[in-house]
Design a protein around this ligand. Structure first.
Ligand SMILES: Nc1ncnc2c1ncn2[C@@H]1O[C@H](COP(=O)(O)OP(=O)(O)OP(=O)(O)O)[C@@H](O)[C@H]1O
Length: 330
């Protein structure tokens, strides 16, 4: 099947300043692809190129099998777009505004619009100028989803939404994907995309640092490990931990007898990578306590933003994108 989006060597200059330095990525149809990166990384610029709102300075783009520069209105109708900053006409209602968008985007089932408005708890008959930031965002989402497009391009879709409405949004994304649509969304925080995305591209200063699954990020992230064991010398526990791949910062000590079984050894360490080798080694010990914390994915991504080592890319991703050659820059 044709990939929903293929981007090769995408460059964009504003004046003399290049802000996208040759992006490569591909998005499989029927998947959710998240782009995360700090402010100014180039997420919005990439999306605008996909929609032919701005023209690339180099490279090639294919969206739903077409060059956006050639696709015109027919291609645009197949796409639902939520811009980062939605400009609303002030003297109108949400409903009027949606009618105006529907005239551009093609036939829209009114019952579907009302259903989405109900789920998002959005009053379509209010004046748009009276809408709060969150309600404006809901209106933006509604205009992106209402014509059931094949591709949704969503710039920071959960921005300004409260947690309950974010859940509604995630359900809408799942339903769209179940119906065969592809979703390309951006965020500056991982927690917003990790729930929805099959694959995540991390963008930093106009370069893709890595394309990875959330699962791969989780595996690469650092977890804190702490356990107590009895019947083994501290030295032996230290030696055992040293054999486990991905274990670092090992500290072992024998605890004083008060409050603990005599000969209790406390160990702390960090683990990055797979858990199984650690579990195998720990099975040799007599543990009385064990804590392996959830990995801090935000921390893992921050490391990538600031120039740390990239996690393994998704050569093995089934539903999501392949790692295109040249896209990996550690
Ligand atoms: N029209 C423009 N003219 C000049 N520079 C621009 C223009 N649009 C974007 N830029 C610059 O391009 C870079 C990337 O901006 P972009 O808006 O794509 O980043 P972003 O990742 O979407 O960030 P944010 O989360 O803040 O929206 C920034 O340095 C920005 O200042």
């Amino acid at each position: 099947m044709t990939q929903a989006i293929v981007v090769k060597g995408l460059r964009k200059k504003f004046g003399q300043r290049e802000v996208l330095h040759g992006l490569d990525f591909a998005v499989e149809p029927g998947t959710v692809f998240g782009v995360i990166g700090p402010n100014g990384a180039g997420k919005t610029t990439t999306m605008r190129c996909l929609l032919d709102i701005i023209r690339p300075s180099g490279g090639s783009i294919s969206v739903l099998g077409e060059d956006p520069r050639q696709g015109g209105t027919a291609l645009r109708r197949r796409i639902g777009y939520l811009p980062g900053e939605l400009h609303l006409e002030n003297r109108t209602t949400g409903r009027r505004m949606l009618e105006h968008f529907a005239a551009i985007s093609g036939p829209v089932d009114e019952r579907h619009v009302n259903d989405l408005a109900d789920r998002l708890q959005l009053d379509l008959d209010r004046q748009t100028r009276k809408l709060s930031k969150g309600n404006k965002q809901k209106l933006g989402l509604l205009q992106a989803f209402m014509h059931k497009p094949e591709l949704l391009v969503l710039d920071e879709p959960t921005s300004g939404l409260d947690p309950l409405v974010q859940q509604v949004f995630h359900a809408m994304v799942r339903e769209a994907v179940d119906g065969g649509a592809t979703v390309f969304l951006s965020s500056h925080v991982l927690s917003e995309v990790q729930q929805a995305a099959d694959a995540v591209a991390i963008l930093r200063d106009g370069d893709i640092v890595t394309v990875s699954t959330v699962e791969a990020l989780r595996t690469a992230a650092v977890r804190q490990l702490r356990f107590n064991s009895i019947g083994t010398k501290a030295h032996d526990v230290g030696a055992l931990l040293a054999r486990v791949p991905g274990v670092a910062k090992v500290a072992v000590r024998e605890l004083p007898a008060d409050g603990h079984a005599s000969g209790t050894v406390e160990a702390t360490a960090t683990l990055s990578g797979h858990i199984q080798p650690l579990v195998q080694e720990l099975a040799r010990l007599h543990l009385t306590e064990l804590v392996l914390e959830e990995p801090d994915l935000e921390e893992a991504v921050l490391t990538l933003y600031t120039g740390g080592e990239a996690p393994p890319s998704t050569g093995n991703t089934q539903r999501a994108t392949q790692q295109p050659e040249g896209a990996h820059r550690a």
